[in-house]
Structures are given as C-alpha cells and as structure tokens.
Design a protein around this ligand. Structure first.
Ligand code: ADP
Ligand code: ADP
Length: 227
C-alpha cells in the first residue's frame, strides 16, 4: 500500500526550477528521510506533499487521493485531516495552552471541543507531557514544545507525518528525545517523511534515505537504523 506516490513533479518559481522531475513512492509504515544541500528543493517537495502549493507539472497522490484534483476547500481539509506536520520552530499558538494547541487540530476538522480535549490529553499523556497540559508554550522547554507539536500533528490520525528539521532548534538531549519519539511512532506503524540536514536523525529514525540535488533525486539507500 502506497501512502505517497509522486510522479514527475516539477516546480518552477519564475526562472528557478526548484524541482526538476521528482518521482518517489513511500509505502505504508516506512520512515523516509530526504536529505540534500540547502536550495536542493527539500522544502518545496514537502510543500507539494502537504498541499501547501501546487506543482507546475506532475501528480501527487497521498493515501490514494490525487491531491491535484482537490479544490481549495478540499485541499484545506486534506491538510488538516490526512497529514500531520512538525516544523523546526514548533509553530505553536502562543496564547493557547499546550492542551488547547493540540485539541484545536481536531476542532478545526469538526470534532466537538470536549472530545477533542479528551483525545488531546490522551496524546499528551502518551508523549509524557500530560503534566504540562496547562502550560503556555513560552514556558515550555524546546523538547516539550516539540512534543506538543507532535501531539498536535497526530490528533487526526494522519496517514502521513511530515517533519521538517524537527530537531533543528533543539539541544542534543531534547533532540534525542524527539528522535526516540519519532522512531517509536514509526515502530507502531506511523508512516513518516523527514526532511533534514541531520545525519543522526536520518540514521536513527529512517528506514530509507532519499538524496536530493538540484531538484532531482540523486540517490536512494536503505538504512540500517542505528540505536
Ligand atoms: P531547500 O529546502 O532544500 O533549502 P527549497 O525547496 O527551499 O530548498 O528551494 C529550492 C529552490 O527553489 C531554491 O533555489 C530556492 O531559492 C527556490 N525557491 C523556493 N521557494 C521559492 C519561492 N517561493 N519563490 C522563489 N524561489 C523559491
Ligand atoms: P528551509 O530552512 O526550510 O530550507 P528556506 O529558506 O528554503 O527554508 O525557505 C523558507 C521559505 O521561503 C519557504 O516557504 C520557501 O518556499 C521560501 N523561499 C525559499 N527561497 C525563496 C526565494 N528565493 N524566494 C522566495 N521565497 C523563497
């Protein structure tokens, strides 16, 4: 079963070719890391899969859906419900407590508030930060913020969890915790796509590495995950 199926993705920004024809498949349960130098097209690739932007050419299928055929409203629902995203700088809402940051993800897809909060609390508990549920993001450590962001990303049981440099703003101890968390999630079946410069993150969490260079897939390798 394929969760992601990219076929001949091109993306041009004016004169710049950010992606020059990328084809890539991710099977259910895989953890794939995309690596490559700055400017090679990693963020663009992520935004194509996340439905944040549309390719100039090619098709993006995620969880069996050709997202190029979705209108703007359907695409917004796709972003909120089929994929989860984790960013380098967490992107939490400053004036919502940890629990409400997580619960909001489900409320935006129509889940009643009580039910959303119940699931949010379960997730915070699973991620070991239930005791921080009422804290403001500003009072959380970097590692705690990222765990809240991961909980938020998991709220709607996404087919795919996308992570863009999830350890990039963390010190090494907090980075380790987030890596362990991503690895655990993959080991219980969560399909993952990581975009990173961090070799350790890729080798720890990913089962396959895709190297991008100048907007093209330059190589692929299977990884033996290191402990
Ligand atoms: P990476 O994430 O690997 O650093 P990007 O996907 O951000 O690479 O960028 C790939 C190329 O596309 C770069 O040359 C970048 O400057 C260009 N690019 C990315 N986004 C835009 C944009 N919105 N407008 C113009 N050029 C862009
Ligand atoms: P990252 O650290 O994720 O690689 P980037 O610096 O590549 O971040 O890009 C940050 C944002 O700016 C992205 O949304 C990207 O599409 C956009 N961007 C990157 N390069 C350009 C550019 N040359 N012109 C306009 N927007 C760009």
């Amino acid at each position: 079963e394929l969760v992601v199926q990219l076929d001949g993705i091109r993306k041009e920004y004016g004169e710049t070719t950010a992606l020059g024809g990328v084809s890539l498949e991710i099977r259910a349960g895989e953890a794939v890391a995309v690596m490559g130098p700055s400017g090679c097209g990693k963020s663009t690739l992520l935004s194509m899969i996340a439905g944040l932007d549309r390719p100039t050419a090619g098709t993006v299928r995620v969880a069996g859906q050709d997202i190029g055929r979705l209108g703007e409203r359907e695409l917004a629902l796709y972003r909120r419900s089929r994929i989860g995203m984790v960013f380098q700088f967490f992107n939490l809402i400053d004036d919502l407590c940890a629990l409400d940051n997580v619960a909001l993800a489900a409320q935006l897809t129509g889940t009643p508030a009580r039910q959303a909060r119940r699931r949010a609390l379960e997730l915070l508990d699973e991620l070991g930060i239930a005791d921080r549920r009422n804290a403001w993001p500003a009072t959380l450590s970097g590692g705690e913020r990222q765990r809240v962001a991961v909980a938020r990303a998991l709220m709607n049981r996404p087919a795919l969890l996308l992570a863009d440099e999830p350890t990039g703003a963390l010190d090494s101890a907090a980075g380790e915790q987030v890596m362990d968390l991503l690895l655990d999630l993959n080991q219980i079946g969560q399909t993952l796509l990581l975009v990173t410069h961090d070799e350790r993150l890729a080798h720890r969490c990913a089962s396959r590495l895709v190297s991008l260079a100048d907007g093209r897939v330059a190589g692929e390798q299977t990884l033996e995950r290191l402990g």
